[in-house]
Design a protein around this ligand. Sequence first.
Ligand code: BEZ
Ligand code: FE
Length: 279
Amino acid sequence: MKVITSDNLTETVLDSFSRCTDPRTKEIIISLVRHLHDFAREVALTHEEWRHGIEFLTATGKRCDGIRQEFILLSDTLGLSSVLDAINQRHEGESTQSSLLGPFYRDGVKEVEFGADIARTEGEPAVFHGRVLDGDGKPVPGALIEVWQTAANGMYEGQDPDQPEGNLRGRFKSNAAGEYAFRSLKPTSYPIPTDGPVGRMLVATGRHPMRPAHVHFRIQAQGYETITTALFSSGDPYVGSDAVFGVKSSLVVDYVPQEGKEPYFDVERDFVLLAKEQT
Ligand code: BEZ
Ligand code: FE
């Protein structure tokens, strides 16, 4: 019988997966166990600390249901979601970089016309426009563009019963020249949900819960990789310390004030899609 010692414990546990027939499952679980053991050894984790850890994970699971997903929030605030984005999103040349989808995306939003106003609540008016292009700079007509953002009070329509259905959500297609345009509001920074274990983790570790002001975009077109991204407001106080690590400098845009009888901010931004790789 093999005697387990502290020196051979990790290798013994890793060997226990030797009969796993799915190579990818095996690769993942072996690496996970190796890192978990290294982590516990590195910080000399006590039983009391791991009990706290288990209580935290249990509380996180209890805050998950069809609407709220605290584990995704945990993944976001630990930067893991952005690591996965970086690993899995192709980014070549001028192609638009990705950013987190977040929990507030909704499909089934009514399609609107080029130039439509998607705001049903008050705020600082803003016009967003630009083109959807391919990697050679050619227009991509008929691309489906979905956008969503918070209202001036920092809440998404689904979080706030006082907002009209579909407020600040848009779904439209680029025109024959690949152009898009819509009217909306200049977004504000807002806190991620803090009334659960992730919020307590942020407080306990001296972190703030704020996301810099942003508008989410999801762009799909036949033959191209779908891009999930966001445009962040330059000058926002949280642009350098996003609670979920989604900001990339290429996604920071200026809101250029336009004077006149009805002043508004102008945001111009092109999106560059990558052609799907032939398999
Ligand atoms: C968001 O931007 O909507 C978001 C992303 C990650 C966590 C919470 C909110
Ligand atoms: Fe958001």
